[in-house]
Design a protein around this ligand. Structure first.
Ligand code: SF4
Length: 434
């Protein structure tokens, strides 16, 4: 127990909850938790903002029809909504000098009224020889969020945040340690996409200018607990210009730790996006302490909801499974996971075991290579599509949820959850010794 307690005193190390992680070559940073200085030269960024208020109203908060109404209310003709929507969603730019089809005299007022700056970049970290960029953005009230832009041979993926912080308090997740600051507005999520689109189109990633093809809701926050804004965002991402960006729904992934009733809503909305469920354990005994939400929605309920999503959308569900040494990487757990998936049907789920980088002196340690191999083999032999996840950007804490590695202490809920896991591990150890 003393050993566990000692470990507990250490700052919880970074961990990707639903995202990508592997050893990568980096420049600009020399260790996983070292960050570039920002303009204030502060060694750490504070995640606490100044309020829990609402973000200023923004053009991207509204549907196409609502935009027309809002412009009319301000005394502008409705067709300005079409012009502005095309600037925003087609060209991704809304600079005064580029609004050449809008009278000069109106531009300033339109920008001030409908396009307040919602995100200000405060840091940029580059990894994978320039193919991964993590950006830290300050919101209007001082809260911080992250995005991670990643170039792959055949796609460019952006990982976005849906909340400032997260209230789910998963004990292994850095983001969860600080608690929830607030939900992001629709426009705050959409702006993450637009601003990264501009970066990609301007050639920020090595390999030259490119377009973002894939979006994953795997940054800070539990997307389905900010459902209304995430739903609106999905409309903006998927609908064709001038309504939205016109991204392919099948290239968008929404992740969840298991908000069962909202998974149903996502299905009913009919978006055809990919659902990713962060399972991390196939049994309630372990998942209860690992994912506090499991107290409400048990493993079987979560898998039932995921299977129901598959039957309703015909979109194969991703099951995310972070492999943690001696915690959830046992062969019997791989077998149990395979059994639970297969008893619901064949071909409906794709399992992504996520190797965890070794983090010295933390209870959250990587599974051995052999354990990873065995885990994957057991699932594959059971006929389940399984791929060890390619994990980008971990050396810059670019994997999901890692930004908050800089949060110290943590919320009471998160501390309680960490204790629950420690208790669980201690019980297992004592049982093993008997
Ligand atoms: S739900 Fe929240 S606390 Fe849990 S892993 Fe995801 S971001 Fe972290």
């Amino acid at each position: 127990m003393a050993e566990i307690a000692k470990k507990q005193k250490k700052t919880l190390t970074a961990f990707p909850h639903k995202g990508t992680r592997t050893k990568v070559n980096t420049h600009a940073v020399s260790s996983p938790h070292q960050v570039l200085p920002d303009s204030t030269n502060a060694p750490f960024l504070s995640f606490a903002g100044t309020s829990k208020g609402k973000a200023p109203m923004h053009f991207a908060d509204f549907s196409y029809d609502e935009r027309k109404e809002k412009l009319k209310e301000k005394g502008y003709p409705a067709f300005r909504a079409d012009q502005l929507s095309r600037h925003y969603f087609e060209r991704h730019r809304i600079d005064e000098e580029e609004l050449t089809d809008i009278p000069q005299a109106q531009r300033k007022d339109i920008i001030r009224s409908f396009f307040p700056p919602l995100l200000t970049k405060v840091r940029e970290l580059v990894a994978d020889k320039g193919k991964t960029i993590k950006s830290v953005w300050k919101l209007y009230d001082g809260h911080l969020i992250e995005t991670v832009l990643m170039r792959y041979p055949k796609r460019t993926t952006l990982c976005i945040s849906s909340q400032a912080g997260c209230g789910m308090a998963c004990p292994f997740c850095a983001t969860g340690q600080g608690g929830l600051q607030r939900n992001l507005s629709t426009a705050e999520i959409v702006e993450q996409v637009r601003l990264n689109m501009v970066m990609a189109e301007n050639g920020a990633l090595s390999g030259g200018p490119t377009r973002i093809s894939n979006i994953v809701f795997m940054g800070m926050g539990e997307p389905l607990s900010n459902w209304l804004r995430v739903k609106n965002t999905l409309h903006r991402l998927i609908e064709s210009p001038p309504n939205g960006f016109g991204l392919a729904a099948r290239n968008i992934t929404v992740s969840t730790v298991g908000m069962v009733p909202v998974i149903k809503k996502l299905k009913e909305e009919g978006f055809q996006v990919t659902l990713a469920v962060s399972l991390h354990a196939p049994d309630d005994e372990l998942r209860d302490p690992l994912i506090p939400l499991n107290a409400k929605f048990k493993v079987d309920e979560v898998l039932d909801a995921a299977f129901d999503y598959y039957t309703g959308t015909k979109r194969r569900v991703s099951i995310e499974y972070a492999l943690i040494k001696n915690m959830n990487d046992h062969e019997w757990r791989a077998e149990l996971l395979a059994k639970k998936i297969n008893e619901r049907g064949r071909g409906w789920a794709h399992v992504n075991p996520i190797p965890l980088n070794p983090t010295p002196e933390s209870v959250w340690t990587a599974s051995t290579y052999e354990a990873q191999e065995k885990f994957v083999r057991i699932l594959s032999d059971a006929g389940i599509a399984t791929s060890l996840r390619d994990t980008r950007g971990s050396d810059i804490d670019g994997a999901c949820g890692q930004l908050a590695t800089e949060v110290k202490g943590g919320s009471p809920k998160a501390r309680q959850a960490r204790c629950a896991v420690d208790d669980f591990m201690e019980t297992r150890r004592v049982q093993a010794e008997k």
